[in-house]
Design a protein around this ligand. Structure first.
Ligand code: ADP
Ligand code: MG
Length: 245
């Protein structure tokens, strides 16, 4: 589904992503791990069009999408959440998701039909699937941090992605909220068939849900393999897992 080949990005001469490679098959749950500053967010920005690579390819279903604008990449079926939550605070949970759904359906908007009645079923369906239906009418500034992060995933689902990219989906969450998010990611993968690529600091989460792990270090992708193989890799243990814990 996704094949990143030799992607390279510098910021004023500083190499943030250095010839990185990544592959994601349909149905995979792939984790990217690596210390702060390793280049994970930059890699995701290169895949989703927030940044243009200096060199390298991003093949999505065989088509090179490197350098396309984010809305085109989103139209092709890749959606993402951000490390820093990005929602309309004064709108309700329902309205936030509805906006995301409508943004995808702009071609069928009818000017004689009130906007608040549009895409209601699809919006409710998404809220149900992420477990936010009871909170649909709350204004977003009343949500807990955990609920806000989950809402961000709901927004990403609004565009009906084949590939969902999550940047630190449990950052700042309590252990309870993290457990809910793990269940949610499993559900999106298993029940809705969405392919998932995420980066995460919480190794418990990574090893419990990923079927493949890619390790980044100083902009390079040093290995991509099964969780078992990554855990047992000497270079990874030395560089990152601190002796294999
Ligand atoms: P990670 O997500 O793995 O923590 P990032 O991709 O955010 O790492 O950052 C990789 C490196 O690139 C860091 O050293 C960071 O400071 C640098 N970097 C990221 N974005 C920019 C930018 N827009 N301008 C300059 N340097 C950047
Ligand atoms: Mg980051």
């Amino acid at each position: 589904m996704l094949r990143v080949e030799g992607i390279y990005k510098t910021f004023d001469g500083f190499v943030a992503v250095n010839q990185a490679n990544l592959h994601v098959e349909k149905g995979d749950v792939v984790a990217v791990i690596g210390p702060n500053g390793a280049g994970k967010t930059t890699l995701f920005n290169l895949i989703t069009g927030q940044l243009k690579p200096d060199r390298g390819k991003v093949l999505f279903k065989g088509k090179n999408i490197a350098g396309l604008p984010p809305y085109k990449i989103c139209d092709l079926g890749i959606s993402r959440s951000f490390q820093i939550v990005n929602i309309f605070n004064r709108l309700t949970v329902f309205q936030n998701v509805q906006v995301a759904v409508l943004s995808q359906r702009k071609k069928i908007l009818n000017m004689f039909y009130p906007a608040q009645n549009m895409a209601v079923d699809r919006t409710n369906e998404i809220l149900e699937s992420v477990g936010l239906l009871e909170k649909a009418d709350l204004t977003c500034n009343a949500l807990s941090h955990g609920d806000r992060k989950v809402l961000e995933m709901a927004l990403a689902l609004g565009t009906e992605p084949e590939l969902l990219i999550l940047d630190e989906p449990t950052a700042g969450m309590s252990p309870e909220e993290t457990a809910v998010t793990i269940k949610l990611i499993n559900k999106l993968s298993k029940d809705l068939g969405i392919t998932i690529l995420f980066c995460e600091h919480d190794m418990g989460l990574v090893f419990s849900i990923a079927n493949k792990i890619m390790v980044m270090q100083m902009g390079e992708s040093i290995i991509q393999d099964t969780p078992e193989a990554v855990k047992n890799n000497k270079r990874v243990q030395d560089a990152y897992l601190g002796g294999g814990d």
